[in-house]
Design a protein around this ligand. Structure first.
Ligand code: NAD
Length: 423
């Protein structure tokens, strides 16, 4: 099949490379010329383990374009993978989706039997009530008769995205008509996981509910962790016992500094905004966000309780991306932590194996180090923010600190003498 993918970010780049690996001809389309240049030279535009190798292996099946009109011409289906960030009030911002829809519509004027698949996370109703009318208006064609629309939400996790693509728990297919069903059925034919065909709206909602549930599970664990710490109980031992209950499951029960990234915070906020527009007051979802926003402050307070006033204290921050194995800093918990420390006058030395450069764009004034050892040199305190495997190996490096106060926001360390945010 010939597929074009619009947006070469964390989802688009992975989806394209993986669809090429399955034998499809894939055109990478992005308005960002730098990303397209990287892909042309078989380099991934984002850091994702294994992606460079996959691009190189499938180079003969991959083409690129910075123009939607040029890129999708001649393809059987196109996937929209552009970003859907938040507006100030938390509601979904559809600017990128709308501009992509205009261009796809223009391209559809000269195309036949094309299927447009929305993979970006969009609130229920967006595909049929916003994107589809724009496609019809700009193509001067009719959905179902001339082209098809479908919705296929993405569930990959950055850092393990390739494995998640090839071994998903399930595939959700929001189907608008028979042509869309056939195209997506063919595309995912080789996958043995459950495939659920739903309405387009249901597919859109399934994505939000999955993320909202996982975010709530994390905030629940963090609240329990905060209580456990006061009671001198190890929340990880508690959650091990809790997670063995098959109704609950062991994943996403790790207490810590809270969730970040490009999905959970913005998707829960968008669901809250949508619910409120419909006259609902989603108390549980609001609490999940409120707990999450307070965790970074608790981390800094704990640090202060151990090292005293933070003014002019040298603080090492290990881990800047929102999690390990990615360079993505969107809504990383390190962002509010750095803001808080700067406000208190701390002198910050930061290190992340992949995300120093990205964080430097937000906080150019702090010191970025090429290694954890260098960040720890002479530090009065250290905050470990993410589970990068190399942090688990740190032992003698902590001896470089002036005062060995080590606080963990994620449980990874094996060294002596550290304290966890919730344990
Ligand atoms: P991203 O910001 O990393 O990438 C989006 C890309 O789209 C950018 O490269 C941008 O230049 C490009 N773009 C924007 N407008 C364009 C246009 N008109 N034409 C061509 N390219 C255009 O975003 P992402 O993290 O890949 O997320 C994409 C969507 O997938 C979002 O809706 C997100 O919520 C969802 N999602 C993300 C993840 C994740 O882990 N990142 C997981 C599941 C779902």
């Amino acid at each position: 099949m010939k597929i074009s993918i619009i947006g070469c970010g964390y989802v688009g780049a992975v989806t394209k490379a993986c669809l090429a690996e399955l034998g499809n001809g894939v055109c990478f389309i992005d308005i960002d010329d730098k990303k397209i240049k990287k892909i042309k030279s078989c380099q991934s535009p984002i850091y994702e383990p294994g992606l460079d190798a996959l691009l190189e292996r499938n180079a003969s099946r991959i083409s690129t374009s910075t123009s939607i009109q040029e890129g999708i011409t001649g393809s059987d289906c196109s996937f929209i993978c552009v970003g859907t960030p938040s507006n100030e009030d938390g509601s979904i911002n559809l600017t990128y989706i709308k501009s992509a829809a205009v261009e796809i519509g223009n391209a559809l004027r000269t195309m036949k039997n094309h299927t447009v698949v929305v993979k970006s996370t969009v609130v229920p109703g967006t595909t049929e009530d916003v994107i589809l009318p724009m496609l019809e208006k700009h193509s001067l064609k009719r959905v179902k008769e001339d082209f098809s629309v479908a919705m296929n939400p993405e569930f990959l996790k950055e850092g393990s995205a390739l494995n998640d693509f090839f071994h998903p728990d399930r595939i959700i297919l929001g189907i608008g008509d028979e042509r869309g069903r056939t195209v997506l059925g063919e595309l995912y034919r080789s996958f043995s996981c459950p495939k659920l065909c739903t309405s387009i709206k249901t597919a859109e909602m399934t994505k939000y509910v999955s993320n909202a549930f996982l975010a709530t599970k994390i905030s629940f664990s963090n609240e329990i962790g905060n209580i456990c710490k006061k009671l001198d109980i190890d929340v990880y031992e508690v959650m091990e016992g809790v997670g063995l209950d098959q109704r609950i499951g062991p994943k996403f029960l790790n207490a810590g500094a809270g969730f970040g990234g490009s999905c959970f915070p913005k998707d829960v906020a968008a669901l809250i905004a949508l619910a409120q527009q419909k006259g609902e007051n989603p108390i549980l979802l609001k609490s999940a966000i409120e707990i999450n926003e307070k965790q970074p402050g608790r981390l800094v307070e704990l640090l202060k309780s151990r090292v005293g006033e933070l003014k002019n204290k040298r603080i090492a921050i290990l881990g800047l991306a929102f999690k390990d194995n990615t360079d993505d800093i969107r809504d990383s918990r390190a962002i509010p932590v750095i803001a808080d420390l700067l406000e208190r006058g701390a002198d910050i030395a930061a290190y992340d194996p992949m995300a120093n450069e990205a964080m430097e764009k937000i906080y150019p004034s702090i010191r970025y180090c090429p290694s954890a050892a260098e960040a720890l040199e002479g530090a009065d305190g250290c905050l470990v923010m993410t589970e990068w495997p190399e942090f688990a190996e740190l032992q003698p490096e902590f001896d470089r600190m002036r005062k060995k106060v080590i606080i963990e926001g994620r449980r990874i360390l094996s060294c002596e003498g550290y304290e966890g945010i919730c344990w």
